[in-house]
Ligand binder design. Structure first.
Ligand SMILES: [Zn+2]
Length: 276
């Protein structure tokens, strides 16, 4: 799961556009308590829906006593699991509230896990649903378009080609993932997804396996977009260095936050990187 947050600010809504694929997704922030609403509800607080532009996000203001209203700050609560409400905003909970809930899917653990990087998880989620605007998909609404992969310039660009059948992408994936995945290693998308999502020996191994997958998907997709926009191409070893640095920074950040359960991560990461 991941949380979308800016310190000292509150999320008051989402914006985004969605055509054949999702074009953008973002959040509106405010540094003060939203003031659009008049306080409603009586003693003990009551829940109500906050109109059309906050559709599906329930907001309740709690008051302990009417006479304490002027001195106590209103609390904005977000609807969480099973009809409960929490002060902390969780993208995952809100997402679950605005979509039609379905059974936990097989790839769930490969996308939503503790300490994942939000933009990587989101890109991964789009890839899982095959909603990245890859060449094969763009062809369906724009015939005559060149759908050749910009990374290898050899084959048609599809999700499964990019992750990681493409020779350029495969070099990156192999360098970073082969030693972590061991006997689970594959360059086939559906195999990788099910193996990354399956249980791992321990927290650190699972974290590294899933992290390196998401970081690879995101970084390769960004390189692909850069080339589509005529940016200078980056060699595969540069992407490997970026992803490697990201994993190290992420592990250091987790430690700085005081979570020591990933302490062996750096050691394990270095040991798998050493032999490449
Ligand atoms: Zn390719």
């Amino acid at each position: 799961m991941f949380t979308l947050a800016v310190k000292g600010k509150k999320i008051i809504g989402f914006h985004g556009s969605d055509n054949v694929h999702i074009d953008s997704l973002g959040a509106y922030f405010t540094s003060i308590t939203p003031t659009r609403l008049e306080v409603k509800g009586g003693m003990g607080g009551k829940k109500w829906e906050d109109g059309f532009d906050h559709e599906n996000v329930s907001k309740i203001l709690l008051t302990e006593k009417w006479d304490s209203r002027k001195t106590e700050q209103d609390l904005v609560l977000w609807k969480a699991k099973n009809g409960t409400y929490r002060a902390a905003f969780s993208t995952a909970d809100t997402w679950n509230n605005i979509r039609t809930p379905s059974d936990k899917v097989a790839w769930y653990n490969g996308v939503w896990f503790a300490q994942s990087t939000p933009k990587h998880a989101f890109c991964m989620w789009l890839a899982v649903h095959n909603r990245l605007s890859t060449g094969d998909r763009m062809l369906t609404w724009n015939r005559g378009l060149d759908a050749t992969c910009v990374l290898c310039k050899k084959e048609t660009e599809t999700r499964d080609h990019l992750f990681f059948a493409c020779e350029y992408a495969r070099d990156i994936w192999k360098a970073l993932a082969k030693n972590i995945y061991g006997t689970r290693y594959s360059t086939d998308w559906s195999h990788i997804l099910s193996r990354a999502s399956a249980p791992w020996n321990n927290r650190v191994e699972g974290y590294l396996a899933r992290s390196v997958l998401q970081a690879s998907v995101h970084t390769i997709w960004r390189e692909r977009n850069g080339r589509k926009h005529s940016n200078l191409p980056n060699p595969a070893n540069r992407l490997i260095k970026w992803i490697d640095a990201h994993i190290r920074n992420q592990l250091s950040a987790i430690r700085l936050e005081g979570d020591r359960r990933y302490d062996k991560g750096l050691q394990l990461w270095f040991s798998t990187r050493g032999t490449n």
